[in-house]
Design a protein around this ligand. Structure first.
Ligand code: ATP
Ligand code: MG
Length: 425
């Protein structure tokens, strides 16, 4: 038999069993983005290498070590796209879509980076993203963040936290850059090889280093915020004000500079600690300089991009957790007339809480065997209607998965107490 060929290292097949989750992710995103007035754009997965070198920056991990670049039959240097922002700008400029007008665009598709493969890090991966053009203010940055926040809500994903930072205008960035170069030059020997190389070309990226040996040095580095001017601060204050008024929690992270060269003013990341070390599910910010850098007239731009594999993995974990968790409540009873009373209580609870998963014990049996069934059902709470409870007009509440003392609630109050007993409010 011929040798079986395997998928390329770091790339992966998406098999039918996983497709429903991918479709859910993409369908929700499409519907949501369109509902905010974003229109879809698709660009080729191959571009001239120069596009990425000019946009992402020649001295970045992506362009230095991660690009799939090759010569085509004409001898032109081409690359599989490592991200989509540069391509969207190129396409927008080419189609005359970026001049004297606003654009809200979204995209979806595969990206390629020759990284070290690990969980949540692949060589072909997929992104959902949004790019906006021609809008200068913090309002559009807030909109992008609100859109993402609503996306997590629609997907039912709760453990994703927002980190934001301001890089200031490109002048501020320039100023900060010189201060930083000076600081790191004084500690040259303590820099790792990558950072030594970046010292002159891209010192901000040193702050981004994941090398544990560098963290003390990075912690003690001059703070970006001291180089940010008043106008940039006002811009950032406007953003945080909109987020506050919309109830979006965030953390200001001074060390957040993002991996790509073209950002200014606001940068943000959505991070989860449920995925291990590859915890960033979405990154974005303002990149006003890029359009001009790619040959257009200066223009405002802001956007984000999300990693589908990481979100799919969160959705699958969530589905598993749901499938494994049993019903909420198991109701058991003992004694004369207890069955009718149990059913009455159960019906009242179902009227009051339509989503409640409640199993009423059926088929009699000893108290002990009923408790065993309650435990096996996976329920978090057992409600017990025994003789003494019936006499007292109460119901006993036993917490099956928590180390918490048994409780006693008036039957007349069980409907109003149930949500808080389950920890839902
Ligand atoms: P990271 O810090 O995780 O390397 P990044 O800053 O390189 O991320 P971006 O270029 O901002 O990532 O891409 C946006 C999102 O795409 C990331 O937040 C992540 O969810 C996802 N992503 C990036 N690289 C990969 C990869 N190699 N495999 C899977 N997902 C990825
Ligand atoms: Mg990366």
């Amino acid at each position: 038999m011929a040798e079986l060929l395997q998928v390329i290292r770091g790339m992966h097949d998406i098999l039918p069993a996983e497709m429903p989750v991918w479709n859910q992710l993409e369908d929700e995103y499409r519907a949501l983005a369109e509902s905010y007035g974003y229109r879809q754009i698709r660009t080729p997965i191959v571009e001239k290498t120069a596009l990425f070198a000019r946009s992402i920056g020649a001295v970045t991990d992506i362009v230095e070590k991660e690009m799939y670049s090759f010569e085509d039959r004409n001898g032109d240097s081409l690359s599989l796209r490592p991200e989509n922002t540069a391509s969207v700008v190129r396409a927008g400029l080419q189609a005359g879509m970026l001049q004297d007008q606003q654009q809200r665009l979204w995209y979806c598709g595969p990206m390629f980076r020759h990284e070290r493969p690990q969980k949540g890090r692949y060589r072909q991966f997929h992104q959902l993203g949004a790019e906006t053009f021609g809008i200068a203010g913090a309002d559009i940055e807030a909109e992008l963040i609100l859109l993402a926040a609503r996306f997590w809500k629609r997907l039912g994903l709760e453990d994703i936290d927002l980190q934001i930072n301001s890089l200031g205008s490109s002048d501020c960035r320039q100023r900060f850059r010189s201060i930083l170069v000076e600081y790191f030059r004084d500690h040259y020997a303590a820099l790792d090889e990558d950072s030594q190389r970046r010292l002159e070309s891209n010192p901000l990226r040193i702050l981004d280093s994941k090398n544990p040996d560098m963290q003390t040095l990075i912690e003690a580095a001059p703070a970006l915020k001291d180089s940010v001017d008043q106008e940039s601060r006002d811009h950032f204050d406007e953003l945080t004000d909109i987020l506050d008024k919309n109830g979006v929690p965030y953390q200001v992270n001074q060390r957040l500079v993002r991996g790509l060269d073209y950002y200014c003013h606001t940068v943000f990341e959505w991070v989860t600690d449920t995925l291990g070390s590859q915890g960033t599910v979405c990154g974005g910010g303002r990149y006003d300089g890029l359009v001009e850098q790619l040959g257009g007239k200066p223009n405002f731009a802001a956007g984000f991009s999300m990693g589908c594999e990481r979100l799919v993995s969160m959705l699958i974990d969530q589905d598993k957790a749901r499938a494994e968790s049993g019903s909420d409540v198991y109701l058991l009873m003992r004694g004369e007339n207890s069955v009718a009373l149990a059913q009455q209580l159960a019906e009242a609870l179902r009227d009051h809480m339509p989503g409640l998963e409640l199993v009423v014990h059926a088929g009699a049996g000893s108290f002990k065997s009923q408790m065993r069934k309650a435990d096996k059902s996976g329920a978090s709470i057992a409600l017990i209607l025994g003789e003494s409870e019936i006499e007292a007009g109460t119901v006993a509440v036993k917490f099956l998965r928590e180390d918490r003392p048994q409780d006693e609630i008036l039957q007349s109050e069980i409907t109003t107490q149930m949500a808080s007993l389950l920890g839902n409010n």
